[in-house]
Design a protein around this ligand. Sequence first.
Ligand code: DAH
Length: 339
Amino acid sequence: MIETIKDHITKVEQFTATSKDEIENFRITYLGKKGLLNQFFAEFKNVASDQKKEYGQVINQLKTRATDKVNALKESLESNTVFEGKFGDLTRPGNPIPLGARHPISIVKNQIIDIFSRIGFNVSEGPEIEDDWHNFTALNLPEHHPARDMQDTFFIQTNPDILLRTHTSSVQVRYMEENKPPIRTISPGRVYRNEAISARSHCFFHQVEGLYVDKDVSFADLKQTLQYFTSEMFGKSKIRLRPSYFPFTEPSAEVDVYWGLETETDHKMTKGTGWLEIMGCGMVDPNVLKNCGIDPDIYSGFAFGMGIDRIALLQYQISDIRTLSENDVRFLNQFRSSW
Ligand code: DAH
């Protein structure tokens, strides 16, 4: 009997619990009215008198141990509850952090950068607040040149020499002023024009400028480069170059890509021709090279400029350019992308 009680003492010492119910069951088993302790006490009268002393000692030991255990377990459970109340359940998985989506302009810009970087173009940038020299004069557009009217400019009222750049061609000038050929650079960025805002045009939009200057650069190099670009960007390599005019290039051309006439949207977008205008380009005018400190007798180059917004509208079949700057998350969340 004494051995059984000693075994219980060991059991009591080793017992642990994580809930109130477990502690209560434990308490009832040992300390309850019909619990083991009372049963052992009831046995006392049947114990041989020479063992009574030791028997009494072990059941008292069992009683103290069991009581202490119950109190200790209750206390630790309570302090845990306080802990949980303060910080919540620390083992719970965290709330997911909602991931944003990249803006369609950024997606298209990154794609363009990637395509040109594969053929050795780097990325350059210039300021959006520009001076007359970099935006116009150096690009063969002296004061009073009629072509300045092609681009409705936002001037700073107190200083007409300072303006919001109307195109990223200004970065060409800055880049050539600071770097010697060979030059292969693309310059993405925001540009501004004083135009009425509608579904088709905005007073600010985005362009990518391209510039290649080296010895013996020819119009054939330009065409090859653009063909590579359109096939990588749109999966379409049929292009045509229409003669055009830009003051900073000679000869100049407008680039159309053959989009096809498969769907109704193709018909609408291309006005039934299948051709879509995507950029302007040309051979850098010798005057521009000279203005930027590059000798046109040694070097030649080509340049091109395209609108990023327009390409984004095309790629994603967006019908209103204003949605690109309204910051409506219902619109923006539709552009999940790794770019
Ligand atoms: N800067 C022109 C524009 O804003 C686009 C352009 C045309 C850029 C021909 C060029 C170019 O570099 O060669 O419409």
